[in-house]
Ligand binder design. Structure first.
Ligand code: ATP
Length: 514
């Protein structure tokens, strides 16, 4: 199946089974805003819990906060967002569609890369065992031509981004003959800067109202509370502050479901360190964050690091963790070395000292910061994408199953009486009433057992406990495992232990060795 079709199926599956709904649907929706349904909210909460616990339980020196969405507007002046949180936008005059100029070029570069790989694949098939890939890449005239073209565009692109040269960005689009995917034409407008922050008014007009912003990132709430936490928590450098919360960006192009939203959620951690130690801690968090992703078991090949072409105004090193979504490798998390930019700026704009007295060095300094920043919604999309699976069954039917890691699954087990009569429903209810204190459970007695299994597969429930006539005789039930569909018989008293071993967050956290 083409990846595009897979993505469409995932989007409709998310809606059909109560994971994600378009916002304000009865009013035809609101662009790039989504609501999480009864299943989605559970999965999202489990993702947040996995992140929060990995930060605050596994690191004695990382604590959490929850700062307000509204903040003093000068914060955004100090952080650079008022002046520089812009995206270069370009319109196609025929389709009237709006694009990010940088994204159009990036996608074009990715296509050239793909072309090269296809040529190599084709040749590998043609030459069989005698194929010398290295030599082919270095000498094949077609590959050399595409590579030269790619490298030239790439070099111009990086330069234009670094110099914020909008005319050159447009020229690259023209020279590379990039067309609008909708109209197929090259009839482009100029490239303009567009600020991504939402603003609103605070206070009534009679008092004089103030323009405030909906935060475009949660990080600034951490920076401005840095000394509050450090002093009240008696924190010693190095230490981190973690936060989960909503962020808002008026994204220009918002077409990829929950990948790019206008209201979304971030999980950010700012790690305060001694200046000069940034590369050590940058690498430390880089490895740790990758380990956190890979512990979910989707396979290491689904992830890669992507170092930034253009460093943000505050960063001296930056990398993304990308995940292979159905529409290619895309950023899920950013890891940035932010230097002392933010704290110094806040010191300058607020007139308050933002320094730390280091008792070991016996001096005060402005700490440097390593940031890890991951979007909850993108993480959610990566889990659903990797988990979505259509499997042929022996009876010729196909099942749709979400192979969500058991720890993250919205429902951990379903309790199913084989039939509604003979006292099986009552027995199943009794079991459910015992287990509901430990796990998110569902009770289902409607339709055939096969259909009920399919329903649980579709929401990713890792275990189904089936109560049958034998249960009444010897107190045993069957536990059916979602992925293998294998069943085993165990005594009712063993169910809790059996399932908690596989669904407990502890099991996952213990894999993160630090
Ligand atoms: P992009 O280049 O895709 O716009 P970014 O580099 O601007 O993303 P950051 O500012 O580094 O993103 O934000 C950190 C994380 O927040 C991202 O890795 C992503 O997971 C998440 N994020 C950012 N913008 C959005 C959005 N519009 N919708 C959903 N998640 C987002």
């Amino acid at each position: 199946m083409a990846q595009e079709d897979v993505f469409k199926k995932i989007v409709s599956h998310c809606k059909e089974y109560g994971f994600v709904f378009p916002s304000s649907e009865i009013y035809d929706g609101l662009g790039a805003v989504y609501d999480y349904g009864q299943m989605g909210v559970e999965l999202k909460n489990n993702i947040k819990k996995y992140w929060w616990h990995s930060m605050t339980l596994l690191h004695e020196n990382v604590v959490g906060i929850d700062s307000a969405i509204f903040m003093h507007p000068t914060i955004w002046k100090a952080s650079g967002h008022v002046d520089a949180f812009n995206d270069p936008l370009i319109d196609n005059k025929d389709s009237k569609k709006r694009y990010r100029a940088d994204v159009l070029i990036e996608e074009h570069l990715a296509k050239l890369d793909e072309k090269i790989e296809k040529e190599v694949e084709k040749a590998a098939k043609r030459f069989g065992n005698s194929f010398d890939e290295k030599m082919f890449r270095e000498t094949n005239p077609r590959i050399l031509e595409i590579t030269r073209n790619r490298d030239e565009i790439h070099a111009r692109f990086t330069k234009a981004l670094n110099e914020t040269n909008l005319e050159e960005l447009r020229q690259i689009i023209i020279d590379a003959e990039i067309v609008c995917p909708i109209s197929g034409t090259r009839n482009w407008t100029e490239v303009r800067q567009f600020n991504l922050m939402f603003s609103t008014e605070m206070g009534s007009t009679s008092e004089g109202s103030m323009k405030v912003y909906l935060r475009p990132e949660t990080a600034q709430g951490i920076f401005v509370n840095f000394l509050n936490v450090q002093k009240t928590g008696r924190m010693k450098i190095p230490f981190g502050i973690a936060q989960i919360g909503k962020a808002f960006r008026n994204e220009i192009v918002a077409r990829q479901f929950i990948f790019r939203m206008r209201e979304f959620e971030q999980m950010e951690m700012q790690f305060f360190i001694t200046p000069g130690e940034e590369m050590k801690w940058f690498n430390y968090w880089k490895q740790l964050r990758m380990q956190w992703h890979q512990a979910l078991g989707f396979g290491a090949e689904k992830y890669r690091f992507h170092d930034h072409e253009k460093l943000a105004h505050y960063a001296n090193a930056a990398t993304d963790i990308e995940f292979e979504m159905p529409f290619g490798f895309k950023e899920v998390e950013g890891i940035h070395s932010r230097t002392d930019f933010d704290l110094s700026q806040h010191e300058k704009y607020s007139g308050k000292k933002m320094q730390y007295f280091d008792p070991e060095l016996n001096k005060s300094y402005t700490p440097y910061v390593i940031e890890t920043s991951i979007g909850v919604d993108r993480m959610f999309l990566s889990v659903i994408s990797a988990a979505y699976c259509e499997e042929p069954l022996e009876d010729g039917e196909t099942r749709v199953v979400l192979k969500i890691p058991a720890v993250l699954a919205p429902v951990k087990l379903a309790v199913l009486p084989l039939v509604k009569k003979d006292g099986l429903s009552e027995k199943a209810r009794e079991i459910m009433n015992q287990l509901k204190f430990s796990f998110a459970c569902q009770y289902d007695e409607k339709d055939s057992i096969g259909r009920r299994y399919r329903r649980q597969d579709a929401i990713g429930t890792p275990f189904c406990v089936t109560v049958d006539h034998q249960t009444l005789e010897d107190g045993t039930v069957t536990i059916r495992e979602r992925d293998s569909m294998q069943q085993k018989r165990v005594h009712i008293d063993e169910v809790e232990n059996e399932i908690s071993q596989k669904t407990d967050m502890k099991t996952l956290l213990k894999q993160l060795s630090h």
